[in-house]
Design a protein around this ligand. Structure first.
Ligand SMILES: [Zn+2]
Length: 59
């Protein structure tokens, strides 16, 4: 089948960007920005959704 039937889909919630770095505005002593890493709760940082039933491939 020439269809793009992928078993792994991009997460709808984060659109693939599972981890987002948010600048807090504060800086560390060395001058780097302090960022918060927020992980998408839907895909848990993988950026993909796991279709139910496709988890166990070797059935
Ligand atoms: Zn996600």
């Amino acid at each position: 089948m020439p269809q793009h039937a992928q078993t792994t889909r991009v997460c709808r919630d984060c659109d693939g960007f599972a981890t987002a770095a948010i600048t807090t505005g504060t800086r560390h002593r060395d001058g780097t920005r302090a960022t918060l890493r927020v992980t998408c709760p839907t895909c848990k940082g993988t950026g993909r959704t796991t279709p139910a039933g496709a988890v166990r491939a070797g059935r």
